[in-house]
Ligand binder design. Structure first.
Ligand code: HSE
Length: 422
């Protein structure tokens, strides 16, 4: 089986390397000799240690008759979508790691592919076989909840901030040096990369085909040392979470930093590692843990798709052979989310301020679960930081309170909230 690799960067190189290194094993497992015959790059002058011939002429590769499968690792959204569409139009199988393209175009790609194999195991959580888990191993279940840590860069940053007191920028720089971050790291720290992955899982779990603009996406860049202090003090970890949660006949899809009690297993997932917890009505909770980024782990997932193609495995691309007619699930709007919250407020330390805040909260259906105010030590400042956590409430109510607080003179900094995941 001849393979062309479109995009030979860190991952593309590793796909070729592992195919060559593990050739005998892969042949025995797949029943075929899977050969990376050509790689396409944008700039041939860039030095690479490629074990396969390279070209910058993508059209010539797409038009070759001797290529059996194309591996798309170019990155971007519209350009790869155009190229993959052309390849599928020729009924040639495609394997991709491109989560951004899938976040926007997975439904069109499913239609274009029809019966032509289309693999994307590497698009979510790198080396963790979570696509297979949802599409195959857990296919008997109504999925009640998915909670994932699916961006290694953000998890690396948050772990370093919590455990070592490292500043945000410094931790980001290190993650970039280690090769985990996206070309534009705002995709990582802004939550978009995680959201792309969540949307792919939501299609498999619920047949809900949302786009990034339909869901709540918040990143980690506003988290301060004060939040880290509170989290450590109250035995919470802070993680950038992807959450998919079914409530009645609708699904919440959201990406945001979250406080999670430190004794939860997912709270212990540190550094660049990823984890996805899936709760199904029959199976209960399953937790998948592994490397979510990096060339070798991602190549492992890409090659598993190539082996499936060689074996002629026929799985419906997005997990459904027929439309889900029983109970089509809707999507909650972001302000219909229900969860608990942590709220940090910098206030003027004056009579009546706390009473005013708690009144505002109670008038807007917020019930306080805990409260912390440290004695003021800085004699030169007349401000205090107040920390609240709430019982479960509606996002719309929380946002209204934050909006009302912002207008109060005693509020000295933008109020900041973090959702709490139970
Ligand atoms: N930038 C991603 C991460 C790479 O940090 O997890 C894998 O998608």
């Amino acid at each position: 089986m001849n393979v062309a690799i479109l995009g030979v960067g860190t991952v593309g190189n590793e796909v070729a390397n592992v195919l060559i290194r593990n050739q005998k094993l892969i042949s025995a497992r797949s029943g075929m000799h899977i050969v990376p015959v050509i790689g396409v790059v944008r700039d041939l002058k860039k030095a690479r240690n490629s074990q396969i011939p390279l070209t910058d002429d993508i059209d010539s590769v797409i038009n070759r008759d001797d290529i059996d499968v194309y591996v798309e690792l170019m990155g971007g959204i519209e350009k790869p979508y155009e190229i993959v569409s052309k390849i599928l139009a020729k009924n040639k199988p495609v394997v991709t790691a491109n989560k951004a393209m899938l976040a926007y175009h997975r439904n069109e790609l499913e239609r274009l592919a029809g019966d032509t194999p289309f693999g994307y195991e590497a698009s979510v959580a790198g080396g963790i076989p979570i696509i297979k888990a949802l599409r195959e191993g857990l296919s008997a279940n109504h999925i009640q909840k998915i909670v994932g840590i699916m961006n290694g860069t953000s998890n690396y940053i948050l772990t370093n901030m919590m455990q070592r007191g490292v500043k945000f920028d410094e931790a980001l720089k290190k993650a970039q040096e280690l090769g985990y971050a996206e070309a534009d790291p705002t995709f990582d720290v802004g939550g978009f990369d995680t959201a792309h992955k969540l949307l792919i899982l939501a299609s498999l779990a619920y047949s809900v085909h949302a786009k990034p603009e339909d869901i709540l996406i918040e990143g980690i860049s506003d988290i301060t040392n004060e939040d880290i202090y509170f989290a450590n003090e109250f035995e919470y970890a802070i993680k950038l979470l992807a959450v998919a949660k079914r409530r009645d006949d609708k699904v919440e899809l959201r990406v945001h930093p979250a406080l999670i009690q430190k004794d939860k297993m997912i709270a212990k997932v540190d550094g660049v590692m990823n984890a996805v917890s899936v709760s199904g009505d029959a199976v209960g909770e399953s937790l998948f843990y592994g490397a979510g980024a990096g060339g070798s782990a991602t190549a492992s997932a890409v090659i598993s798709d190539l082996i499936d193609i060689a074996r002629e495995v026929k799985n419906p691309m997005l997990g459904y052979k027929a439309p889900l007619e029983i109970l089509p699930l809707g999507l909650f709007k972001p302000n219909e989310i229900k969860t608990k919250y942590y709220l940090r407020l910098k206030v003027a330390d004056e009579i009546g301020v706390l009473a005013n805040i708690t009144n505002l909260m109670s008038q807007n259906n917020l019930s306080i679960d805990s409260f912390l105010q440290k004695p003021r030590t800085d004699k030169n400042s007349d401000c205090s930081t107040l920390y609240f956590t709430t019982h479960t409430c509606l996002e719309a109510d929380m946002l209204r309170v934050v909006g009302l607080l912002e207008k109060e003179n005693y509020i000295k900094d933008k109020p900041f909230m973090i959702r709490i995941e139970e």
